[in-house]
Design a binder for this molecule. Sequence first.
Ligand SMILES: [Ca+2]
Ligand SMILES: [Ca+2]
Length: 479
Amino acid sequence: MKTITNLWYGCIDPYRSIRLKPLLKRVFCSGEKASVNFLMIAVILLAGCEKQSFETSDVITGEDAMTYTATLPGYTLVWEDNFCGKTLDSTRWKYRTDCKFQSCQRPDNVVVNDDTLKILLEEENYQGKPFTGGGIITKQPNSYGYYEISAKLDDGYGWHQSFWAIGKSGFDDPDPIYADSTGARIEIDCFEHYGDFPNTKFRYGAIDWSTLRGSSVYMGSIGEGTYEATSDLSQDFHTYGFEYSPDYINYFLDGELLKTIDIRDAPQHDVYLWITSIASETNATGDGAMYVDYIRAYEISPSQYHVRKVEFLQYLDSLRGPQQSNGTDLWMEAEDFADINNWKVEKDIDRTVVLKGFTGFDATRNSTDLKATTGVVVDEPGVYRLWVRSRDFDTQQGARKFKMIVNGEVSPVEFGTHGEVGYEWQSGGEFTLDAGVNVLEIYDSSQYFARCDRILLTTDTSFEPERIGGFANTSHVDP
Ligand SMILES: [Ca+2]
Ligand SMILES: [Ca+2]
């Protein structure tokens, strides 16, 4: 496994010094000056005249060379490719060469001219596929930073066009994929225009390829979203950007922040950047192209990031809802139970990790088969109100249910019956907890896809948890 080498606070790698070197001169392709001037104006407008974003006094020499800081406060440009000249910069890029869905990807389909990268999308039989597409991938890994491309999508149909990042430089990369210390990996999708999307639409988000109780699994998307633009994205160039940080990923279209997603407990490691277009539909159109005017990479120092992150962390924490009552709160995750027995740990919608019960009813199962059990350590004895966060659905509402048993006493309420679509809290009565180890059991009463996310026991009997609530703060021991 290739582990983290050059994220902040990690070990230094050979690329680090290269990538952190400030870019003193910025050289555009001849003929791009007009768009540069437009960009300068756009940046100033977008930044609301924030001094750190851009100052005209930064222009140092000539019309085509200037220092340049980022569109995002605190960030500095560290490299870029404006696709000048007639050839792809082979020190920076490699080609995507694979066959997937309806196309094979060929170097021949990647062309640089007119100061633009063009990925040609052709209808031609090649190695058993009816289409050919292409793509480019950075040869060097990229750390935290802001990455942006200016792209114009193909105006045909059937092509999956995207700007994304994973810990591998091509599917043919012989090196192990980057991963965190547990072997978990992240995929960051800045934009994915699916082949059957209208030309106004794309998807963005991240994917968590994590490790749960020992095995590597697809953990689902992190903050996935789709965006419907007001204009046809195949008619003009638009900028698509993502800010990858230790705490969040921000997604941008034309400088507008689309979404902030929380990656504080997601895998983090270096990534390679991919710009690709492949045919996903059998009736894709040929004679098209995806165009990229430039790609820019920016970095921020840890001290500047410390300032920048505050507003985003406040926003993300607000999504959690109240995290403390006026009493003593024991927050626990169902998946942390000491003995999960026949329940399974799964990642469900919105990255909610849960315990999931049996998926089919079997009358021969006895009560021992149906329980997950844990011992929780309680410092302060007293009367606690039980709250349980579970999932319900609009179809077969209330059918996926389970009971809770606290120190042998069965809760009067069955959970998973709250009637809302998704995860919600339900109150399950009051229980007396002793100092020391108390035993909690989750009882799979329906044997039908029951899902238990979290449990709260609180001495504040008027407190009502909302949304995610507080971080787990309870020790689990063998009951
Ligand atoms: Ca260009
Ligand atoms: Ca949970």
